[in-house]
Design a binder for this molecule. Sequence first.
Ligand code: AMP
Length: 188
Amino acid sequence: MTKPVRLVIFGRQGAGKGTQCVKLVEHYGAVHISTGDMLRAAVEEGTEFGRKANEFMSAGQLVPDEVIIGVVRDRLAQEDVRAKGFLLDGFPRTEPQAQALAATIGEDGFDLAVNIEVPLDVVKDRIAGRNRGDDAPEAVERRLADYEAKTVPAVRWFSGIGKLVEVDGVGAEDEVFDRVRTVIDTHL
Ligand code: AMP
């Protein structure tokens, strides 16, 4: 077995981040930590936490930083993550979340952040084409605007500490995966 990888993945809605995460987890054997999946599971379970989170999620808003930071901190402390490494998907979503991550595991506690870059006009076409139930036009617009306003500063934060790589996310899924894998293997 190779050394566990510890990765952060960025990509705006419609960039194909979900698909690439599935492939990456399979390839590197890391634990997939998707904050969106964790929140949806809490909503399904109908916990008080899930009900609160759903108020933000259904409006296409981010849940408050202090809420999600605690959830991720607990997850990162678990044994499987320590043993197998991790792929953080959907976190950090804001600069304070990026700083909280560094405060939790240290700037050397992860290897690399990968940004899957797909231009806004392309993701808008993709989202319009798939027309899913949770893709209400206002929520989509809100998420895309939030990404620019709040998540791009988090992406820049990783760039500032020299741990960001950009990957062109336009193309077939396998092609994009080859690009992602190549940049990761080159930087590790
Ligand atoms: P996702 O599946 O990553 O798009 O997440 C679905 C929804 O969960 C988002 O639209 C947010 O409302 C919420 N969410 C997921 N991750 C975060 C995060 N790191 N910070 C705040 N809200 C989040």
